[in-house]
Design a protein around this ligand. Sequence first.
Ligand code: C5P
Length: 237
Amino acid sequence: MEKRQELYAGKAKSVFATDDPDRVILQFRDDTSAFDGERMESLDRKGMVNNRFNAFIMETLAEAGVPTHFEKRLSDTESLVKRLEMIPVECVVRNLAAGGLVKRLGVAEGQELNPPTFELFLKNDALHDPMINESLAETFGWATPEQLAEMKALTFKVNAVLKQLFADGGLLLVDYKLEFGLFQGRIVLGDEFSPDGCRLWDAKSREKLDKDRFRQGLGGVIEAYEEVGRRIGIDFG
Ligand code: C5P
């Protein structure tokens, strides 16, 4: 597999072409951003930790029958994935109230959400990823009703698998964001799953062990990611 030109540089990952038109390389950088890129910092080991974390989660999900773009980890900070045509919609499931939901609705942080909620956001930094709904997605052509139904079903399937995985490590999966794309016409889970895109709390103390440590200036960001990883059986070498 030959690594070719950079196709795209996101806030924390870069995407490179390969000699296979259907495969790209994701490079996990040490960069961390919050508040739509307003705050940027480089955190030592982050690229390696998130690359390994994502590989472990994607493999776990694939074993459980969730189609993903992940193919294999190539190095400490690089993974080979299928090249998807991304759907510009973010799917968020919440098991406990936190973050945007608390801000928007004034509910208590930590309140259990039964049943878990499902929200859609438009992937658009300039507009700060506004909340949308299925009607808007269909009208503006961001996703078809069939695609949205499939994305919703897969997002909840991920919840069933990962809630249990993290619970076994003494952790609460508070919420998370997923992105999907199309590969040969099929909906496939893309992007990444790491503590950058979800909330994870210690089940007993409710200590935050995810990117909120960075957003809230709590420190120990990567140490927390590694702690979570170790608890679910990831070897960071
Ligand atoms: O900010 P909010 O509470 O809506 O985020 C819900 C979940 O989705 C959090 O776990 C957050 O880290 C994740 N998220 C993300 N990228 C975004 C928006 C939310 O990873 N652009």
